[in-house]
Ligand binder design. Structure first.
Ligand SMILES: [Zn+2]
Length: 492
């Protein structure tokens, strides 16, 4: 037996990462095992694994031959780093039940394969998240695609519990704790390289609820031009981030693509400035690694909070700082001060409109004149679903259908998706961004200084040329990108 094999076994048998073993066709579950030990070789030809079960049984697996080791190595590798057979086309959801049943029941098969199947299908379907929650007697698995949940498959409770246990172990969580919130990560190997998945589990009454967040590597790597911003907004974005200092905000509600935009801006800045200015990001969590940028993982429960990390990072003399999100006065104050002392500060704020981002920050208690002197501009964005190109058709515009209440619309028809297999019958496929851009110039500063209402700021911004979100959405309807129902859903 080679030394590398021993090393692999030791790594693999690290107890928290071992969900199960299958020996001679018999499945041994992690849950049942109290203790595992790899017996050392002591220079002899064989090795063995000692298993101690919770019910007192013991089992020793002798690994006398190289073949045994190879077999176990293959099995263990499957547990830790499953090989992924990625289908070119995602399976339809109505086939999931049958496939999973086969995986659970087939000989030598196991629950990890079901988990892998679901995760890989999530990647194939371009899902942003996989939700698992109990309802009635079963565990329901939902895929979130283009911002909407689809029920993919339901498992009977016993299988559901095994599936949740398997995912918890794979994500490095404490299996026996079912009463605490836990967070972990799974690295899934796919044809396109490793994908990092963030997993969180929430204890709840019917049973634990799991959400697997899929990081879309493609999206994280896309440039500013690929995100779908209009030409005008793109130009404004580029012009603003070219400024040597100032405070710049990306606004929007949850899941509106703010982080993707911030990453694209950072990549753009890195390409523009190279080593001329160093970039530090403060994030919770660090969703995606960007080469050449210092990324700091914030731990709000620990000692490293946003405000503290921001103050410390200023001592490292960065040119550009990205603060993942501004949620409190201390962080907002620190960000504003950094922007006033020669740094370009980028951040995101949870808000419905650009004007609201200003009142949000003022509501945190930031002094108006400080915000006014640091703030350069705000882009507020939303993600909208695009009409599916496979089943697109023109619809005559009826009198009562158009409730967007915009008198400037000059059209008598719009596009709509009829629903097909490609778009799972929804009529939509893929998403793009709509945005509004508010620049802090002309009368805006006066309104900030006087802590004016959101409406007043909005009105002034429109007067100085801001095209509001809703109007951008209507433009998307006129351009045949989406339909009125989607714009109504997203911007009201
Ligand atoms: Zn379609």
């Amino acid at each position: 037996m080679k030394l590398s094999n021993i090393k692999l076994l030791q790594d693999c048998l690290h107890i928290r990462r071992l969900p199960w073993l299958s020996v001679g066709g018999r499945e041994i579950y992690y849950d049942d095992i109290a203790h595992i030990e790899l017996m050392s070789l002591n220079g002899r030809a064989g090795a063995s694994i000692a298993l101690e079960f919770k019910d007192g049984r013991e089992m020793r697996l002798g690994l006398s031959s190289e073949d045994d080791v190879k077999r176990l190595k293959v099995e263990l590798e499957e547990i830790i780093r499953p090989k992924v057979i990625r289908d070119e086309n995602p399976f339809a959801f109505d086939r999931f039940g049958g496939i999973c049943k086969e995986l659970v029941e087939s000989r030598g098969s196991n629950i990890r394969k079901v988990a892998d199947f679901l995760i890989n299908q999530g990647i194939c379907h371009l899902a942003s998240d996989i939700h698992m929650e109990y309802s009635g007697d079963g565990l329901q698995v939902f895929f979130k695609i283009d911002g909407v949940l689809f029920l993919a498959v339901t498992f009977e409770r016993a299988i559901g519990e095994r599936l949740i246990n398997c995912i918890k172990v794979a994500a490095g969580m404490i299996l026996y704790r079912r009463d605490i919130i836990q967070e972990g990560r799974i690295t899934q190997i796919t044809n396109e390289g490793a994908q990092d998945l963030r997993v969180s589990v929430l204890p709840s009454e019917p049973g634990e609820r799991i959400v697997i967040r899929m990081f879309d590597k493609l999206k994280s790597e896309s440039g500013l031009e690929d995100l779908g911003f209009s030409h005008e907004i793109l130009e404004e974005l580029k012009r603003l981030v070219a400024a040597p200092q100032g405070f710049f905000i990306i606004g929007g509600p949850a899941s509106s693509g703010k982080t993707t935009t911030l990453y694209a801006l950072l990549r753009n800045l890195k390409a523009l400035r190279g080593h001329l200015s160093s970039i530090i990001t403060l994030e919770d969590p660090v969703e995606y690694r960007i080469a050449g940028i210092t990324q700091v993982q914030i731990n709000p429960k620990g000692k490293l909070n946003f405000a503290g990390a921001l103050k410390s990072s200023l001592r490292q003399d960065p040119g550009i700082i990205m603060v993942g999100e501004i949620r409190d006065k201390e962080t907002a104050d620190a960000a504003v001060r950094a922007a006033l002392t020669g740094h370009l500060v980028l951040s995101s704020v949870h808000c419905g409109s650009s004007a609201e981002a200003i009142t949000r920050i003022l509501d945190l208690g930031v002094r108006p004149f400080l915000l006014n002197s640091s703030l350069k501009g705000i882009v507020c964005q939303r993600l909208i679903r695009k009409v599916c190109k496979e089943c697109i058709n023109n619809v005559e515009l009826g009198q009562d259908e158009w409730n967007l209440g915009d008198s400037e619309i000059m059209t008598d028809s719009y596009v709509q998706g009829a629903g097909c297999e490609q778009c799972r019958g929804t009529g939509y496929r893929g998403r793009t961004v709509i945005a509004e851009f508010l620049e802090n110039r002309d009368g805006i500063g006066h309104l900030i200084n006087n802590t004016s209402e959101t409406e007043a700021i909005e009105k002034a911004a429109v007067a100085q040329g801001m095209i509001p979100l809703r109007k951008n959405g209507i433009r998307m309807i006129l351009e045949g990108v989406t339909d009125p129902k989607e714009i109504k859903r997203v911007v009201g």
